[in-house]
Write a protein of this length. Structure first.
Length: 74
């Protein structure tokens, strides 16, 4: 007896699962990196790049929301 497998559907679900996992890992990595940003800088103007300035201003929010969002996606 031959077992029917819907290979395109299985491959689609695997691809979607990989994308969610990679997204979750990227979110967790962003949260980890934002938790390493020191909050003792005197002002956001001391950061040299716009990305560093943004992360310095909003690092508590990134760190707080990255953990649950990363685990939900991963």
């Amino acid at each position: 007896m031959k077992v029917y497998r819907n290979l395109p559907e299985i491959q689609r679900k695997e691809r979607l699962g990989r994308r969610f996992s990679l997204t979750g890992l990227a979110i967790l990595f962003l949260g980890m990196m934002s938790s390493f940003i020191p909050n003792w800088y005197p002002t956001p103007e001391s950061a040299t790049t716009e990305l560093a300035r943004t992360l310095q201003l909003y690092w508590p929010y990134f760190s707080f929301f990255a953990l649950p969002a990363g685990f939900v996606c991963a």
